[in-house]
Design a protein around this ligand. Structure first.
Ligand code: NCD
Ligand code: ZN
Length: 346
């Protein structure tokens, strides 16, 4: 039998990750640290990470959960609120441990109730970020309950993002976890000011996956999965090797019971097999040649950070994902639970 196909990549980074806190850290950090050298850590804890002091303490708790035999650097972020001061932004830049500030429109997603009620309230902070060269990381969904859930990204682009980019032409913006052809077009047209992260679920699945044989809470995340034409528009721009789209898993663990519920939480856990899942998607699109730039080069370039020097190897071989992983005394049901992933870590 011929040896299975292998793929060697510069070690990738995850530019959008939820690690949670407390007892969960020891269960989820090792999955990410086994694959990625660095990750942008989302600040939507309860309470949110709004100050440099909180980010510093959270960073220490994450580092304490990194296994002894791996190198992993958490890149911290602050949670933007209506009250974030220009001084806190400057402190963040000077700290050397904070790499972005996250905009959650209030009410848009999990733990976003402390988020921004009106972007105009944050203009002082945005000015300071523009001056300091600290990127704004955007959860791009309109929050008006009258807007159809599937249209919220497109409406956000028109109502909020385009005006914001006009008002702050030098502010670097990462459009997080994009899900639509509209977002792809915006990023293409915006030029060097705007980059975007793409999750594995939004290139592997369309919205049919939410209702495959019944309702599928473990395929529910925000922004919600979209139509096939949107999935394809995203995969097409990645297959073209566009330099301003990069890997951000949005791996977001929730305890099994909080998802399998009458009102299940949004968030898909993918850290256990993230780079492997992206390899599947790129292979299906005939675009494996562009995986390394997406996973390991485009993110550092956008953030102005060095690329990683070491390498990982992926082997084209099926493995079966467990039904559950431990999660701080409970369990999390991972993406592909009980099913196969076609690539494994070498
Ligand atoms: C994220 C979470 O659970 O923190 N959930 C999700 O569905 N993506 C929050 C987010 O990134 O929107
Ligand atoms: Zn997220």
């Amino acid at each position: 039998m011929p040896a299975p196909q292998t793929l060697t990549l510069r070690r990738p980074d995850d530019w959008h990750l939820h690690l949670r806190d407390g007892a969960m850290l020891a269960d989820v950090v090792p999955h990410t640290a086994a694959r990625f050298a660095r990750a942008i850590i989302m600040p939507n804890l309860k309470p949110p990470v709004t100050t440099v002091d909180q980010a510093t303490a959270y960073r220490e708790r994450i580092l304490a959960a990194v296994p002894a035999d791996v190198d992993f650097t958490p890149l911290m972020t602050l949670y933007l609120t209506d009250n974030t001061s220009a001084g806190e932004v400057t402190r963040a830049k000077d700290s050397g441990i904070v790499f972005g500030v996250k905009l959650y429109p209030a009410g848009a997603t999990t733990h976003s109730d402390a988020g921004v009620t009106d972007v105009r309230h944050t203009y002082k902070a945005l000015e300071a970020m523009q001056t300091a060269g600290l990127p704004l990381l955007v959860h791009g969904e309109a929050t008006d309950p009258a807007v159809d859930v599937f249209d919220r990204e497109a409406v956000f682009i028109e109502q909020t993002l385009i005006p914001l980019l006009k008002d702050f032409p030098e502010l670097k913006v990462v459009f997080e976890h994009i899900t639509t052809a509209d977002a792809v077009a915006l990023v293409r047209e915006a030029g060097d000011q705007v980059g975007a992260t793409v999750t594995p679920q939004h290139i592997l699945m369309n919205r049919n996956a939410l209702f495959q044989g019944g309702i599928r809470p473990h395929h529910y995340c925000l922004p919600v999965l979209k139509r096939e034409r949107h999935r394809k528009a995203i995969m097409d721009v990645l297959a073209e090797g566009h330099p301003r789209f990069f890997l951000g898993t949005d791996s977001a663990p929730h305890p099994k019971g909080a998802k399998e519920s009458a009102c299940g939480c949004a968030g898909i856990y993918s850290a256990h097999g993230a780079i492997e899942l992206y390899a599947e998607a790129f292979e299906q699109a005939g675009a494996l040649a562009h995986l390394e730039a997406f996973a390991s080069l485009n993110g550092p370039r956008f953030y102005g950070l060095p690329v990683n020097e070491d390498r990982i190897t992926l082997v084209k071989q099926d493995w079966e994902v467990p039904g559950e992983y431990p999660l701080g005394g409970e369990t999390v049901v991972p993406l592909r639970a009980g099913e196969k992933i076609g690539w494994r870590l070498g």
